[in-house]
Design a protein around this ligand. Structure first.
Ligand code: FE
Ligand code: FE
Ligand code: ZN
Length: 187
């Protein structure tokens, strides 16, 4: 553990040992949540890759799948820093986001429309992860967990880059293609 045992707040009140603090509890809970979410994504992204027809999108998803496997490992390293066993706790938000992704994939027609739907679902996932890692980093900073901060920041950077890449693919090709195809016979 790299936390300090006692510290004073700005108004001089001695706080609880950081290790046992309420913020530490929140940090652990959030970590279990993202651990579940990242593992879920290692299974959900391949399904998206399978349905994609855009070569550019397929490549981006394959690249982020590899990164996501690394995110799982980084979360495990953060558990190690805490001296805790890596434990996953169902993230209801990610379960919902991946359910929705499946729904989009079954509703959309193969091709540009499906690709645009996959990008939309993927970006919602990335934004959830960006929010989660942002929170985890803030907690880790307050808890003086410097090693954890740097691991979590590396992942956050990759989540942001993945989101940006998806925006670019949508703008460059996929959305324009979907906009040019007739959808009047769909739902
Ligand atoms: Fe991730
Ligand atoms: Fe969650
Ligand atoms: Zn991601």
């Amino acid at each position: 553990m790299e936390t300090k045992s006692k510290r004073k707040t700005h108004d001089g009140i001695e706080t609880e040992t950081l290790n046992n603090s309420k913020l530490m509890k929140l940090f652990e809970e959030e970590l279990k949540d993202i651990y579940w979410a990242e593992q879920k994504l290692t299974k959900a992204i391949p399904k998206m890759i399978e349905k994609t027809t855009s070569e550019e999108l397929k490549e981006a998803l394959e690249n982020h799948l590899g990164e996501t496997e690394g995110h799982v490992i980084r979360v495990e390293k953060v558990f190690e820093i805490l001296d805790k066993k890596a434990t996953a706790q169902k993230c209801k938000a990610m379960a919902g986001l991946t359910d929705e992704a499946e729904e989009i994939m079954s509703d959309c027609e193969d091709g540009a429309m499906l690709d645009a739907g996959i990008i939309a679902a993927g970006q919602k996932v990335e934004h959830y992860e960006i929010a989660s890692y942002g929170t985890l980093i803030q907690y880790a900073k307050t808890l003086h967990l410097d090693g954890a901060v740097s691991l979590l920041e590396q992942t956050l950077k990759e989540e942001k880059a993945a989101d940006k890449k998806l925006s670019e693919i949508a703008l460059d090709s996929v959305n324009a293609q979907a906009a040019s195809e007739d959808g009047s016979d769909l739902w």
